[in-house]
Structures are given as C-alpha cells and as structure tokens.
Design a protein around this ligand. Structure first.
Ligand SMILES: Cc1ncc(COP(=O)(O)O)c(C=O)c1O
Length: 437
C-alpha cells in the first residue's frame, strides 16, 4: 500500500532523488522575495525560482490576468486558428527585443525554444536555396536545454553522455572560461576575445557552405556563470555575417531583464539573427517560450517556402491563451515598475557584496554581470560537486535557496530584490562557508 504523501512516485528532474527523499526540501507557498518551507521557515529566493521569477512571487496582476483569461478563453488552437492575446504578446515582445526582430514563434519551454531556433535556421537556408547549410555549431560548456537539438549543440558532458549519438553534423567552439587570466573579474572579463577566432578554424574545416548556424548563450548561465570576454560576441557576429551563417543567442535566462536590459543583445550591443527566450516571459508562472527572428528570416520563409504552410513545426500549446495572458501581465509589470533599470541599478551593489567574499574558505573565483553573481569553490579531491552540494543544503537550512552547478553557486535574485536581500544572501554564504570542510 502506498502512503498518500509518499515522495517515491515523483521522479524529480536534475535531482539526487535518493538523497532528497531522505531529507526533502519542500516549499509550500511564496510571496515577493520569500518562499515558505513545509516546516514554516522563510526561505529567501536567491535564484528567482530557476532564473525565471523576475518580478518576484505571487504578483496579483499576473494572477488576475490568468483568472480572467480562464473565464474568457481557456484554450484555443493556434494551428490555422488564432486568438487575440497571442498576437498581442508577440507585438509587445517585438517592441522590447532588438530592432528588426519583429516575429515570434511561441513554444512552452526554453528547450523547445532552442530546438525551434535550430529548425528555423535549417528551414530558412533551405527556403533560400542554400539547403547544403545544415551544420550547427554550439559551444563547450553551453546549456541549451534538454531536447535532442539542445543537448547536441550544448556542451555539458553529463547532459550528453547518457543519450546516444545525438544530432549529427554538430561542432563546438571552445568555451571562454580562462581562470588563469580572468579570475575574480568584474563584469566582462578582459581576456579571451580571441576564442571567437576558433570559429574561423571550424569554418575552414567544414566550409561555410555546410554551416547553418552558431548558437551561444551570450552569458553562459547554467554552466556556472561565464560572462563573455570583452569583444568576443562582436567578433562572433562579424564572422557569422562574413560567412552567411546565422547567429543564434540563447536568451532563455538573459531575456527579460537579467542583465538590466530587456535582452543580453541590448546589453552587449550585438544583434543576433534569432533569439530563444522563455522563463521571465511569464515570470515563471506558466510555461512559455519563444523563438524571435529577424524580419528577413520570417519574410524569406513566407515568400520562398514550397508549401502554403511555411514551417512544419508547432506545439499544441504554442501561444496558449493562459500563458499569453500571463506574459502580457508580466511585461506590464516589468514596464510599470521599471524592473530592468532597477536590476541595472542594483547590479554594482551586488558586485561589491559578492566580491567581498574573496578570501573566504574554498573560494577560487567570483564572477558577476548584471543581476547575476557566482562563487566558485575549489572541488574536493575526487569528488567534484560534493562541496557545492553540501553548501547548497547548508544554505537551505539557513533560509536561502541558491543554485549550484557542481561547485559553483549562482545567485540570480528576482529583479525586485533590495540591498538587504543581497546582504542576507551573501552573509549566509559567508557563514555557511565557514562551516564546511
Ligand atoms: C540558456 C538556456 N537555454 C535553455 C534552457 C532550457 O529551458 P527549459 O528548462 O525551460 O526547457 C535553459 C534553462 O535553464 C537555459 O538556461
């Protein structure tokens, strides 16, 4: 007989299930910057959920928009039919995304958004008579979700090694992390622009006529927060343009304010051809993502496709009315409360506080950009990730939710955070660091 509250049946994602179920960390409610744990403790949200709750928890405007939408139109298909809010949301996103990127294809997650960008890149080249351009170039230490497209172009070994041969025709740029030259950098690191030159080598190997697209996170997040070296993204952009290769920015975490601007493209002054986004699009409340494309891509597909349906791609829930309503309300909050600007203004403070940890036990690097900071610990001999895991659990006991990738902690609070919250996050990190070996 199963117990009603047995934790066994739920196979949790990216989780050490056995360990978790022995000593679970369960949240039951949330408001503003805090969760409430099952035991009734306040837990400060230092990760904006999973980099998605940008406006903080339990926002009445979003809740009301969802409730109202439910009673008006709960579901409608977006294949050959439409409903107003999906169009409206696409328009609002176009307004804040880079100039000339006015077309949005909706998905339900970041992983789907990424796979959609890759498929659009392939279909676009084919539509314009360049069907030999099929190779995709990702980057080591890239995270692009968990679909087969995303893990193929991604560069996190554990996310790839268990899943067979993946997509063929994929190559990888080297990652841009250079601890020796850039440790304890603030913002974009000084050194490493030349990592972009490797793209020329890859092109020389395969020939540009076989390459469809390069995909990178403008700031690699899940692999431990790696801001791009100064000049790197501009160089990638110019090499891609020179060789007629599409540049895709995966902005699933950077879209909607994380760096203090609507997009990382804006922050770095580099405009790609396609952007994947998700997470903050609905403040994390309802699953949604999107691929945002340059006008030229959309227009070419419409003009040149060999079928009245220009793109044989879509999801049952693409542009779902409830998600669209949540998205519109989220974008209104971002605008009304000037949250991107607010994140930008808080960022120097977080930089100072984060870097003040330098010299504490185990720390080998601290990095930051926008409202993102990471603290990297020296791994234990033969047990990579165990020190980070222990620190994460200590932080939970102290009432702070942080996210670790192996031994690197990422702090990515909601954009409504105040200085006192930043202090609490790093004071407790300092305390916890003293307690672990
Ligand atoms: C850059 C990037 N791409 C894609 C994804 C996948 O998004 P999802 O988990 O919504 O599928 C993530 C998730 O963290 C991400 O950080």
């Amino acid at each position: 007989m199963k117990k009603i509250n047995d934790l066994e049946s739920y196979w949790m994602p990216f989780t050490a299930n056995r360990d978790f179920k022995k000593d679970p960390r369960i949240v039951c409610s949330a408001d503003g910057m805090y969760y409430k744990s099952q035991e009734g403790n306040d837990i400060l949200d230092a990760t904006a959920g999973l980099w998605c709750v940008n406006a903080g928890h339990n926002r009445r405007k979003i809740n009301e928009a969802i409730t109202e939408q439910l009673s008006v139109l709960d579901y409608a298909p977006c294949f050959q039919f439409g409903h107003p809010k999906a169009f409206e949301l696409a328009n609002r996103i176009s307004e804040i995304f880079p100039e000339g990127m006015n077309h949005v294809f909706f998905t339900n997650s970041g992983s789907e958004a990424v796979d959609t960008t890759l498929k659009i890149a392939l279909a676009y080249h084919r539509a314009r008579g360049k069907g030999t351009k099929t190779r995709l170039i990702g980057r080591e230490r890239g995270y692009h979700g968990v679909g087969f497209g995303g893990i193929s172009v991604g560069g996190m070994p554990r996310n790839r090694q268990y899943f067979g041969t993946l997509l063929s025709g994929v190559d990888h740029l080297p990652h841009t992390f250079d601890h020796e030259r850039n440790a304890f950098s603030r913002g974009e690191p000084e050194f490493g622009e030349e990592f972009a030159d490797k793209l020329e080598d890859i092109i020389a190997l395969h020939d540009a006529s076989t390459i469809a697209a390069v995909i990178v996170e403008p700031m690699a997040g899940s692999t431990g927060v790696l801001p791009p070296p100064k000049g790197y993204l501009k160089k990638l952009r110019s090499i891609c343009t020179k060789h007629d290769i599409l540049l895709i920015f995966d902005e699933v975490i950077t879209g909607f304010g994380r760096l203090g601007t609507a997009t990382a493209s804006d922050y770095f002054g580099v405009v790609p051809d396609i952007i994947s986004c998700a997470k903050g699009i609905t403040n994390g409340v309802i699953p949604m993502g999107g691929a945002v494309v340059k006008d030229e891509i959309y227009e070419t597909m419409l003009d040149e496709a060999d079928n009245p349906i220009e793109l044989f791609h879509g999801y049952t829930y693409s542009g779902h009315p409830i998600a669209a309503a949540a998205g519109l309300a989220s974008l209104e909050i971002y605008k009304e409360e000037n949250l991107f600007q607010r994140a930008s203004e808080l960022s120097p403070y977080m930089e100072e506080v984060a870097h003040s940890l330098k010299g504490e036990n185990h720390i080998i690097d601290i990095r930051n950009i926008g409202l993102v900071a990471s603290v990297e610990l020296m791994p234990r001999e033969g047990a990579i990730g165990s020190r980070g895991y222990e620190l994460m659990k200590r932080m939970w006991d102290k009432g702070v939710m942080v996210r670790f990738t192996q031994d690197t902690m990422a702090v990515t609070p909601p954009l409504i955070a105040e200085r006192k919250h930043i202090d609490e996050m790093f004071d407790k990190t300092r305390e916890a660091l003293k307690e672990i070996n």
